[in-house]
Design a protein. Structure first.
Ligand SMILES: [Zn+2]
Length: 282
C-alpha cells in the first residue's frame, strides 16, 4: 500500500499486508503473523540484504537493498495489536532521540529516555494540547508572521535557556532552521522530517557554534526498545490513536489521516474486528 518505492515497497506476508512508513503519514496496519502457533507480533517493516557494508556494520537502516519484512517482535499478552502497530512510529522516535523523531512519538521517547525539560512547537493549538496532555513541559504556538529571531527568543525564555537537543519532525525549512538557531552551542539537532530535497539552513551559525546536525532514516535496532517502553508502561501510545476504521473503509481512513480530519493523529485500519486478537482490550 506504499507509493514510495525508495523505502518500503508493497509486499505480502502470508495473507496479511503491512503498510510501510510513508512520507510521515499516519496510518498503521494491525500486524499479525499466521503460522508458528499464531503469535501476535509487531513487524519492523523492511528486510535489509545483510550482505552490504552498511548491513555488516549493523547500520541496516541504510541498506540500499531493503525489501519485504520478517523482523517480528512477539507481543506480550497485555500489549494490544494497536500498540504493536504504533511501535513503528515510536521506533522512529526512539531512533531520533537516542541518536543524539516524529512529533508526539518523539516526545514520548524523549520523556521515557530521560529528557528533563521538553518544549513542543506547532502551528496548530490542538496538537499542542495533546502534547501537553502527553506530558510536554512546555508548548509554544508558532505564528507564521513572527520573525525567526523572536521565535528563538521565545523558545529560550519559555525553557530554562537554550535546549541541548532539538528535533525537527516536520520537514519544513523554517522548522529545521529554528531547530539549529535555538539549540545551544555544542548541542545536537536531529532532522527527521523530510520535505523538499534541498533547503536553506544557517550552516555557518551551526558550524561556528559546533551544533551537530544529524540525519535519521527509518530505525535501526530500535524496535525492541520501543516494545520495552510500551510493555513496561513507560510510554502510553494509546492516546495517539484517534480513529479506527474497518478494512473496507480504507480510503476514508487515508483521507482522515491525510487531512487530519476530526483531530486525527494515528488512524488504525482493522483487518479483523477490533480487539479480535487482543487478550486485553485496547
Ligand atoms: Zn544491505
Amino acid at each position: 500500500m506504499s507509493r514510495n518505492t525508495a523505502f518500503g515497497s508493497q509486499f505480502n506476508i502470508r495473507a496479511h499486508r503491512v503498510l510501510s512508513n510513508e512520507e510521515q503519514q499516519q496510518r498503521r496496519q494491525i500486524y499479525r503473523k499466521d503460522g508458528n502457533g499464531g503469535d501476535r507480533v509487531a513487524i519492523e517493516p523492511g528486510v535489509p540484504c545483510r550482505y552490504c557494508d552498511h548491513c555488516k556494520r549493523g547500520k541496516y537502516n541504510l541498506c540500499a537493498d531493503m525489501h519485504a519484512a520478517d523482523f517480528c517482535f512477539k507481543l506480550p499478552d497485555h500489549v494490544s495489536m494497536e500498540e504493536g502497530a504504533l511501535l513503528e512510529p515510536l521506533s522512529v522516535g526512539v531512533h531520533a532521540w537516542t541518536k543524539r523523531q516524529i512529533g508526539l512519538v518523539t516526545l514520548l521517547a524523549a520523556q521515557a529516555l530521560g529528557a528533563s525539560e521538553i518544549l513542543i512547537t506547532d502551528l496548530v493549538q490542538q496538537r499542542l494540547d495533546v502534547a501537553k496532555e502527553l506530558g510536554a513541559t512546555h508548548t509554544l504556538l508558532l505564528d507564521r508572521n513572527q520573525s525567526a529571531e523572536d521565535i528563538v527568543k521565545r523558545v529560550h525564555c519559555t525553557m530554562s535557556g537554550a535546549p541541548d537537543k532539538a528535533v525537527d519532525c516536520c520537514g519544513a525549512e523554517s522548522s529545521a532552521r529554528l531547530a539549529i538557531s535555538a539549540t545551544r552551542s555544542g548541542g545536537v539537532v536531529v532532522i527527521v522530517g523530510m520535505g523538499a530535497p534541498e533547503i536553506k539552513l544557517p550552516l555557518i551559525n551551526a558550524l561556528s557554534r559546533e551544533v551537530d546536525i544529524r540525519g535519521v532514516f527509518r530505525y535501526c535496532n530500535d524496535y525492541s526498545a520501543a516494545l520495552d517502553l510500551v510493555a513496561s508502561g513507560k510510554v502510553n501510545v494509546k492516546r495517539l490513536v484517534t480513529h479506527h476504521f474497518d478494512i473496507t473503509e480504507t480510503a476514508k481512513a487515508f483521507e482522515t489521516s491525510r487531512y487530519g480530519r476530526g483531530g486525527a493523529i494515528k488512524v488504525m485500519i482493522h483487518v479483523q474486528p477490533r480487539d479480535a486478537n487482543n487478550p486485553v482490550k485496547f
